[in-house]
Design a protein around this ligand. Structure first.
Ligand SMILES: Nc1ncnc2c1ncn2[C@@H]1O[C@H](COP(=O)(O)OP(=O)(O)OP(=O)(O)O)[C@@H](O)[C@H]1O
Length: 600
């Protein structure tokens, strides 16, 4: 309940007065509905079916005045009033329903953007710990459950208000009978508590199953080529069958639970009416009109109790989603990156690196204090507008160092300096804006080549697009495509070859003319021809920007101004390519020999 109230407060904060007006509108509409029913009494009374005076202890003075009028006049008056009330009530009801949906839509939109923006503002280290599919599950399925939980809560509030007014109205007609119905309702609600508890447990299962489903499907679609080429379709289908069996079982349990509770309420309603009418008639000799009133009150109140019970069960099933969403928001807030503090609130302009980047005695580790350092005692200088290459064995710590240099993670101790200034929150965003980044596994959006380039430089003209493509050795292949720049490249650029993808990502990285270009193993998965094209692109860019390259293929960095060798998290060699190649017994020479052997 605390969790739901947390979001209700949010709902109130977002919708403010509109929500209060709607709730008041609901009370008014409910009052009108009761007034409409109240008018049925003189109608019934006039028809002679029921003498209301006889059935209740109240004195209907206005009825007597009506009876004094000619019957045709009185009936016309009552019927007109009845129609007007029903008409007015339905108009208000219509307005309330539209406003309710509007409030819900505004809330769901704001909640989605609030959660997504907190997520985007989280540090890179947060994403390293999280499974991508779990985040997708939270942002789609669980978020939808939270929104449906809020809707259910609003329905519950409405239902409770309606019921309260019905109770007051019923009390006015017959206090004793209303007390009896309320007593029975309370007893049944106590008895039905276990349904709500069970619904919450089933809601937990729903969360777990949907998380597994999404995680499995995402993994498998990401690795569909592997599945097809290794003939794994049957085993994947078996996985799906067993998971969907669990999902079906859980859904059937839930629906059985809800139907059982509804059945209990409906059967008890019939039993209570029958029992009450029998006892009143047999032992207390109640009159016909009194018995009719019992049925009227029961028929109006009991369905309300049933719908409140059903509402509570459905809400209980969404509680785990509320819990998951609050946890995610808390985790994101704890992992939030410091906000950009521009002087006038606008994003800061990219930096231009003048002298270079420095690592000053940098130490870093991913896990707790007990684990070994991934990087230790790293001291180095990357001069501006030169090409610096990092090499080393797999797992040496090259990518980790690049992440620290880009400010994606912070050193445990030591400092990263930008032109002599420590990299802190005040210059972090301006520095990041000055970087163009190309990863080993190039990421492209499922859009056209043009759109992919414009995402980084929205205002770029045709000349600028082609210039970036020329520099990245991509112009030829784009020109050869039937639709040229407007070619759609598919999911992550699947319709292009690995080399074309990589060169297109390079074009995208340089289109904004960044001050620093980072290539993290961008040529490792390429063939010699494509590697050569990237190498030529780097040659063209040399001197215009600071280039940092992590390379497994040493041929890529043959023309680097400086090569830094990392081993077990430490800088073990540095110098020019040829100088390091000539150093006897060094790791660089060893790596070079290995690659020569592989070629022979
Ligand atoms: N997200 C992470 N969580 C925990 N440990 C990590 C993480 N990423 C990398 N490591 C560990 O840090 C060490 C350095 O990894 P890193 O990726 O920086 O090496 P690398 O030199 O770039 O390797 P490669 O050339 O194979 O990509 C490795 O032992 C690796 O297991």
């Amino acid at each position: 309940m605390k969790l739901i109230l947390h979001y209700m407060k949010r709902l109130y904060a977002y919708s403010g007065a509109a929500l209060t007006i709607n709730l008041l509108g609901m009370v008014f509409s409910s009052l009108l509905e009761s007034a409409g029913i109240l008018l049925l009494i003189p109608m019934i009374s006039m028809s002679g079916i029921l003498s209301v005076q006889q059935a209740t202890s109240y004195d209907f003075r206005w009825l007597k005045e009506l009876q004094a009028m000619p019957q045709a006049w009185a009936l016309t008056l009552i019927l007109t009033l009845y129609v007007l009330i029903v008409f007015g009530q339905n108009l208000i009801q219509r307005q309330i329903m539209i406003r309710n949906v509007e409030i819900q839509q505004i809330f769901s939109r704001k909640l989605r953007s609030e959660i997504y923006s907190t997520l985007l503002a989280s540090k890179w280290s947060f994403f390293l710990k999280k499974r991508k599919s779990d985040l997708i599950n939270l942002l789609t399925i669980e978020l939808a459950r939270v929104i449906s939980g809020i809707n259910l809560f609003l329905q519950l509030v409405t239902s409770s208000l309606f019921t309260l007014i019905q109770i007051v109205f019923a009390f006015w007609l017959s206090p004793s009978m209303t007390m009896f119905v309320l007593g029975c309702g309370t007893l049944l609600a106590l008895f039905s508590r276990h349904y709500i508890h069970k619904a919450k447990l089933l809601g937990n299962q729903t969360s777990v199953l949907s998380q597994s489903y999404l995680a499995g499907i995402t993994d498998q679609l990401n690795g569909i080529k592997d599945i097809k080429s290794n003939n794994l379709e049957d085993s994947r289908l078996n996985w799906l069958h067993s998971l969907t069996k669990g999902m079906m079982h859980e859904q059937m349990e839930y629906i059985r639970l809800r139907m059982n509770s509804q059945l209990l309420y409906k059967i008890s309603s019939a039993l209570l009416i029958a029992g009450f009418v029998f006892i009143s008639f047999r032992f207390f000799h109640a009159s016909g009109p009194q018995l009719l009133l019992v049925i009227l009150i029961f028929a109006r109140l009991w369905p309300r109790f049933t719908s409140i019970q059903s509402n509570l069960e459905q809400m209980a099933a969404t509680v785990p989603a509320f819990k998951a969403m609050i946890n995610l928001q808390q985790e994101c807030t704890e992992a939030a990156e410091p906000r950009e503090k521009g002087m006038d609130g606008s994003p800061s302009a990219p930096l231009r690196l003048k002298h270079g980047l420095t690592c000053n005695n940098v130490y870093f580790r991913y896990h707790s204090a007990e684990s070994a350092h991934t990087l230790q005692e790293v001291n180095l200088f990357i001069p501006a507008n030169r090409m610096t290459a990092f090499v080393g064995r797999s797992g040496a710590g090259k990518s980790t160092l690049i992440d620290l240099l880009m400010g994606l993670m912070q050193p445990e101790s030591g400092q990263i300096l930008i032109d002599g200034e420590p990299l802190t929150t005040s210059n972090l965003f301006a520095f990041r804006r000055s970087i163009g980044y190309v990863a080993q596994d190039p990421f492209l959006y499922n859009a056209s080549i043009r759109e992919n380039l414009l995402m980084i430089q929205p205002g770029a003209g045709e000349d600028q697009l082609w210039e970036a493509l020329e520099f990245a050795s991509s112009a030829d292949f784009v020109r050869a495509l039937p639709l040229g720049l407007d070619t759609l490249i598919g999911d992550r650029g699947i319709r292009l070859s690995g080399g074309e993808r990589q060169r297109l990502v390079l074009a995208r990285a340089i289109i904004s003319k960044p001050s620093v270009l980072v290539l993290d193993e961008a040529t490792s998965a390429l063939d010699t021809e494509n590697e050569k094209k990237i190498q030529q692109a780097l040659e063209r860019l040399k001197g215009t920007m600071t280039i940092i390259v992590v390379a497994h293929r040493l041929s890529t960095i043959r023309h680097a101004d400086q090569v830094i060798v990392i081993d077990q998290g430490k800088v073990v060699q540095r110098g020019g390519f040829n100088q390091l190649a000539a150093e006897r017994g060094g790791i660089f020479g060893h790596l070079l020999d290995n690659q020569k052997e592989a070629i022979v």
